[in-house]
Ligand binder design. Structure first.
Ligand code: TYM
Length: 327
């Protein structure tokens, strides 16, 4: 049986190269062989403070980035989460299976509640349960994500197991699909993850060649002496070169590093060039798509229609299994 794939991305800012090599490029690859569902998860995005007026544009921009990065709407279902209300309904059913203790242990919840102390809302706490509903609504067995989502995915597996145990076999246990660049670090602070919320940490898919080169040239490489270990900043540059460059380039700089003669003045331009080379056609496609803004919304509306067919079917089954329908 063909594998079902599901993954999501929050419309909280520019899609960056961490999202791209950690997840999105893998999404594109998986559409060649599998039945794929990809969602712009707006209901997740509203769990942290946001500008109401800006949200529709953020959703649109995320869709534009994903399409430009190579997602073909003929080969996958691309949609906005809130347009498929079954996500929140399944989330409610799953709420009765998720334990408060497990949710309290989620590192993303701990980080976000630290960051937004004045707004630790129930949605933020429940976030991983909605994520489980996203995945299991499509009975996905493969979830291409970056490393930071592994804990959430483990919870989805646990919820699937519990549901199956109490109400009968219904959901597969979804497995993660990681890439070799599952954790790209912030360019300006390589001990932290590259993130939309850290200014200066990322290169976005829409950045120009010049911006890309400048950001890589400024990347922090030394963070104090480290005994016999590659510093996090240098390691990150190697991760990026592996993701965007050729194996020969990686071997060349690895040999320099091993010989103790690594030249940043050579490595950084090589990394910048490799990234710029891959992003140029994406930027061009983005501009072409943006010249026809109606087209993007049409794709998203059609995607939601297709997603709902599967979502309705799963919801019917879940309600029945839980005794919410008369016989
Ligand atoms: P989000 O929007 O933060 O990120 C989207 C995807 O990009 C990956 N990613 C990274 N990969 C490598 N290096 C990085 N620095 C980096 N930063 C982000 C993320 O791991 C993710 O795969 N909770 C999810 C969205 C979501 C979801 C889902 C994902 C909602 N429902 C169901 C999978 C399945 C999130 O906040 O991703």
């Amino acid at each position: 049986m063909a594998t079902r794939v599901f993954s999501g991305i929050q419309p909280t800012g520019a899609i960056h190269i961490g999202n791209y090599v950690g997840a999105v490029r893998n999404w594109v690859r998986l559409t060649r062989e599998h039945e794929c569902y990809f969602s712009i998860v707006d209901l997740h995005a509203i769990t942290i403070p946001y500008e109401v007026k800006e949200l529709p544009a953020r959703i649109y921009e995320a869709a534009l980035d994903l399409l430009a990065a190579g997602l073909d709407p003929e080969r996958c279902v691309l949609f906005v989460q809130s347009y498929v209300p079954e996500h929140t309904e399944l989330c409610w059913l799953f709420n009765t299976l998720a334990s408060v203790g497990a949710l309290e242990r989620m590192t993303q919840f701990k980080d976000k509640s630290e960051q937004f102390r004045e707004n630790v809302n129930v949605g933020l706490f429940d976030y991983p349960v909605l994520q489980a509903a996203d995945i299991l609504l499509y009975k996905a067995d493969l979830v291409p994500v970056g490393e930071d989502q592994l804990q959430h995915l483990e919870l989805s597996r646990e919820i699937a197991r519990r549901f199956n145990h109490h109400f009968g076999d219904t959901f597969p246990e979804p497995k993660p699909a990681l890439t070799p660049a599952a954790r790209v670090m912030a360019l300006n602070e390589p001990t932290r993850k590259m993130s939309k919320s850290i200014p200066g940490s990322f290169i976005s898919l829409a950045d120009t060649d010049q911006e890309i080169r400048k950001k890589v040239n400024r990347a922090v490489t030394d963070v104090g002496p480290l005994e016999g270990e590659m510093s996090p900043g240098v390691k990150n540059l190697f991760t990026l070169l592996e993701a965007f460059g050729t194996p020969e380039q990686v071997a060349h700089f690895q040999a320099q590093y091993d010989a103790g003669s690594l030249r940043y003045s050579e490595l950084k331009p090589a990394v910048g060039e490799a990234i710029a080379g891959e992003l140029a056609p994406i930027r061009e496609r983005r501009a072409a798509l943006a010249s026809e803004p109606g087209g993007v919304w049409e794709i998203l509306d059609a995607g939601a229609e297709r997603a709902r067919v599967v979502a309705r079917r799963t919801m019917e089954e879940a309600r029945e299994r839980m005794g919410l329908r008369r016989k």
